[in-house]
Ligand binder design. Sequence first.
Ligand SMILES: Cc1cc2nc3c(=O)[nH]c(=O)nc-3n(C[C@H](O)[C@H](O)[C@H](O)COP(=O)(O)O)c2cc1C
Length: 330
Amino acid sequence: MAIALPALRLGSLDLDFPVVLAALAGYSDLPYRLVCRSCGAPFATSEVMLDRFLLSEGRRRRRLGRLDPADHPVGGQIMGDDPAVMAEAAVVLKEMGFDAVDLNFACPVRKVLSRRRGGFLMSMPERAVEIVRAVRRAVPDRPLMIKLRRSFSAGDSGREGFWAIARGAFEAGADAICVHARSVEQKYSGPADWTFLAEVKRAFPGRTVIGSGDVVDAPAALRMMAETGVDGAAAARGAVGNPWIFRQARDLAAGRPPFRPSLGDQRELLFRHFEMAREFYGPRRAVGVMRHFGIGYAKLHAHPKRVRMAFVEVKSAEDWRGVLDAHYIT
Ligand SMILES: Cc1cc2nc3c(=O)[nH]c(=O)nc-3n(C[C@H](O)[C@H](O)[C@H](O)COP(=O)(O)O)c2cc1C
């Protein structure tokens, strides 16, 4: 049975489908965003970028800022601790051509927390809201999204921080929040708390709330929206190795059986992804980057362990093609 899903509104942007590609360091680079677009993703967010990296000229900035006409609308995600620097970085994102600005208050990496960035801001609501205000002022004409965690600490304490930031962010003019329903301390383990997502949506009925956490496959994306009432679902680990998750979610929503990529479909996409990565990163770096994508892709294969081991051994473009010839021939 078809399900009527309203467009996902991100400020001035109306997305035709509410399952989007989450920000994923190490994965949501330009080549993989293009792969996901080709499988139906209506929106994607870049890997998190340190605000300072965007302010200094150089090869890294050129790579971070490389966009493609087929990769729109696209969000650029930034992380930092100083409102003024974050605001400057947001202006750079806009100039680069990103369609939306996303602020990361969620990253749980120890080094990030020790520098009072990312998820650390969940424990500093005033500073977090100050950042939102500064960015909103600097970039009034782009959708502004905030990535949050349920709280900083694993227990129930510290939840006030979430509410203060969410409320303050909307008051400051944020267009959407994306809530990862785990605490910062929890990192990526344990189940995501979908009852919390329902609570958030009840608290902000007229605002755009995107849920994140345990969107393991297309049915889970639709289930999250149905059970919690959130306006959209962000596919993260569920999209790693399965970019078809977007097409599958569209199929399910339309009442069709979800698309199942044949071995031939997988081969074609894996080949295309490698070629795009080679062009983007250069031949040497592409091999390392693609090795971990290969490990993800192996999950869909009938012999995941064998194929995973084959991808782990890849040291060149020829090796990559060798894995495709050995394991992806029908
Ligand atoms: C490898 C990896 C990298 C991630 N990088 C980012 C990032 O750069 N920015 C961000 O906001 N979230 C990042 N996340 C968090 C995801 O966007 C998402 O919120 C989280 O994985 C929960 O969803 P899941 O349980 O469906 O994977 C990352 C997660 C993983 C596993």
